[in-house]
Design a protein around this ligand. Structure first.
Ligand code: 5RP
Length: 232
């Protein structure tokens, strides 16, 4: 296994220790969450009883393939724990998420859970959020206009940088599981994530953004020198 994948898997394995029998779990999206689902599936085969709500079609498919019991969020109700990756982990466990385009369902599921544990390799920890482009999920009506309004709102919140409509490998607009588009805001530095989150959320056409503030309660970060568990 490549060293980077090994770190992700080690973070996932450590987070599995927080899972107990009978829990209702939110399953994140991305390469780190993928390791978690694989390891969880091994425990399920050994008899662990859990009910899981996937945060994307991709994770749903993986869970089905591996025999992990799944439910919709409406069927499962309040969740005990949500385990997900992140693109950046900042001070106070403020996160940027949505690199995989699943931020809307990820945020709904994280909010529905009593606890959210982030799993990542230690390189995701940053002193200031923003080097990773901030994903903003928008409706597909008037996207150019939404992009201009978004740029204004971002500027008023004290940030700056180019915005870009996310595209897939074929050059087509990337479409989320909920049928929306994503604008990535390349900001470099987000001095005040709360202010920016408020400003972005107020733009008509914005469905959700990738700033996860006050949602993660714990982060499991795996580095070459070991695993660090941070609590908010
Ligand atoms: C998907 C996400 C992922 O959690 C995030 O992109 C991290 O992915 P990875 O574990 O592959 O680095 O937010 O929308």
């Amino acid at each position: 296994m490549a060293p980077a994948e090994d770190l992700k898997r080690r973070a996932a394995a450590r987070a599995l220790e927080f899972v107990t029998d009978g829990m209702r779990l939110g399953l994140g999206t991305g390469s780190t969450a993928r390791h978690f689902v694989e390891l969880l599936a091994e425990r399920v085969r050994e008899g662990l009883n859990v009910l899981c709500v996937p945060t994307s079609e991709q994770t749903l498919q993986q869970a089905v393939d591996l025999g992990v019991p799944i439910a919709t969020l409406d069927e499962a109700g309040p969740l005990d724990l949500c385990i997900d990756g992140a693109d950046e982990v900042g001070p106070g466990l403020a996160l940027i998420k949505g690199g995989g385009g699943a931020l809307l369902r990820e945020k709904i599921v994280a909010r529905a859970a009593r606890e959210m544990v982030v799993i990542a390799d230690a390189s995701k920890k940053v002193a200031v959020l923003g080097r990773f482009p901030l994903p903003v999920e928008v409706v597909d009506f008037g996207v150019s206009s939404i992009e201009r309004s978004l740029a204004d709102a971002i500027r008023e919140a004290g940030c700056a940088g180019p915005l870009a409509l996310r595209r897939d490998g074929d050059g087509h607009a990337f479409v989320t599981d909920q049928g929306h588009l994503i604008i990535d805001a390349h900001l470099g530095r987000i001095a005040d994530p709360v202010l920016l989150a408020q400003a972005v959320a107020q733009v008509p056409g914005v469905v959700e953004h990738g700033l996860f503030l006050g949602l993660a309660s714990r982060a499991v970060l795996a580095g070459t020198d070991g695993i660090v568990v941070l609590d908010r």
